[in-house]
Design a protein around this ligand. Structure first.
Ligand code: PGA
Length: 265
């Protein structure tokens, strides 16, 4: 923690609503979130929601919640039916965007090249890209975890530098832990986060120190403290537990507790 504080990486807690939400759910979520008394001022708190709800959330959510999308087109304009560009996301209030989530890599056969192209679009429009990497159960069992992560990182690593590192986020999401209730242990998460940071450091030590690495995969109020207390874990990307304001706030609360601890260390 002392290390994290010294480097001044601000915790980020980002929700990923996936294919969930409705106007009624959003109204309820925002009212519930407002009614909870945990302060989020010391954190970066974000919600990545289906495209169609971006305007509603960016208008109605309190200004200290960053609103984001879950995907972006690799193109800026043209004949690409069904796509949404980074400039369009900007226009409806998105500040960040998930890129290369494993559900997109799997369900839509998104390649590392496509992830790279989307990453470039996000950067060009000033959206904060949150690039997701992670191995499957099979790959972990075959001892391929580091090779898979390295390959996924290599798709974007040359685009990262000390000047943009505080505007780029990486999320380690082991596929076997997503939505399964199986969380990576804090040590498993730290091992991979440390690996990611060391890979980045080969390119640029300053960039590697600045960039925030989130953990995602069945993260909830009951395990967030342990995960976030790891030196290279700078917050979480939260699926299921972001759908209820109370559950999401419980995770923010754990991050706050760690900040309090750091200040009193
Ligand atoms: P989960 O999802 O928290 O429901 O496991 C995380 C994610 O896919 O981003």
């Amino acid at each position: 923690m002392i290390q994290k504080a010294a480097m001044m990486r601000k915790f980020m807690i980002a929700g990923n609503w996936k294919l969930h939400g409705s106007h009624a759910m959003i109204r309820q979520w925002l009212a519930d979130f407002m009614a909870l008394d945990t302060s989020i001022d010391a954190l970066d708190v974000a919600l990545c929601v289906p495209y169609v709800y971006l305007p509603m959330l960016s208008t109605n959510a309190s200004k200290n919640i960053l609103i984001g999308a879950q995907d972006v087109s690799a193109h800026d304009t043209g004949a690409h039916t069904g796509e949404v560009s980074a400039a369009m996301l900007q226009e409806v209030g998105a500040r960040l965007v998930l890129i290369g989530h494993s559900e997109r890599r799997q369900d839509h056969a998104e390649s590392d090249e496509l992830v790279r192209a989307k990453f470039k679009q996000a950067l060009a429009q000033g959206l904060m890209p949150v690039v997701c990497v992670g191995e499957s159960q099979q790959q972990r069992e075959n001892n391929e975890t580091f090779a898979v992560i390295e390959r996924q990182l290599n798709a974007i690593i040359d685009l990262l530098n000390a000047a943009n590192a505080d505007q780029c986020i990486l999320a380690y999401e082991p596929i076997w832990a997503i939505g399964t209730g199986l969380t990576a242990s804090a040590e498993q998460a730290q091992e991979v986060h440390q690996f990611i940071r060391s890979q980045l450091a080969h390119k640029d030590v300053t960039m590697a120190r600045q960039i925030r690495l989130l953990y995602g995969g069945s993260c909830k109020g009951s395990n967030a403290y342990e995960l976030f207390s790891m030196p290279d874990v700078d917050g979480g990307l939260i699926g299921g537990a972001s759908l209820k304001a109370e559950d999401f706030m419980a995770i923010c609360h754990q991050a706050n507790k760690l900040l309090d601890k750091t200040q009193s260390d």
